[in-house]
Write a protein that binds this ligand. Sequence first.
Ligand code: ADP
Ligand code: ADP
Length: 229
Amino acid sequence: KKILEVKHLSKKFGQTDVLKDIDGTVKSGQVICVIGPSGAGKSTFLRCLNLLEKPTSGEVNFEGTDLTNVDDKHLVNLRERMGMVFQSFNLFPNMTVLENLKLAPVRVKHLSDEEAEKTAMHLLGLVGLKEKAHVYPSSLSGGQQQRVAIARALAMNPEVMLFDEPTSALDPEMVGEVLEVMQKLANEGMTMVVVTHEMGFAKEVADEVWFMADGYILEKGKPEELFDN
Ligand code: ADP
Ligand code: ADP
């Protein structure tokens, strides 16, 4: 089943073509790793998938709806079904970890406090941070904060998770714990699009690797095909 499909996606910033006629399909349960040199357009591509960045032309179909054609209210609803994790963790500093996880499910999805808490604790278990539920983000390491950010995105029960260089801002010794959580999610069947420089992760976890350069997807393939030549 197709979850996301882009067709003839292009993005200009001013006169500069940053994305040039990109096509791609993400199927349910697939892990796509988007790799390529800095400035290739990877981050812009990812942000076009949930319309954080508005494409200049082309289509972004999410479960059959072209996101480039829906009004803002509808877009907000659809975007709730796409989790996003950024390089910087963006946790709310004045809320505990648990409060961070409960906020959107309670406010946006109108879950009861009890339901939201149950889901939140389950997800903190998944990312190995149950014992940190009642602390503030500033007392956590970067790796722990990013694991909380992943759990927070999952708390909305998304159809797909988008990761924009989730380990690039971390100290090297914390990269592994975040990649492990992502691998676990992949193993559980989560559909994921991951912009990353972690070639080991791409090799081991990706179903497909999309290699971007200069605004194009130059190659798409299974990691073993792509990394061989
Ligand atoms: P990558 O993620 O592959 O490093 P980006 O998508 O961040 O690439 O950027 C691709 C190109 O688009 C770069 O040249 C960058 O400077 C440019 N760019 C990104 N965002 C903007 C913006 N908001 N305004 C103008 N140029 C931008
Ligand atoms: P990354 O490549 O890690 O996404 P960047 O440093 O390229 O980070 O971009 C950080 C932010 O600045 C992004 O929101 C991007 O859209 C914006 N940006 C990048 N390049 C430009 C640019 N040339 N002009 C304006 N905004 C830009």
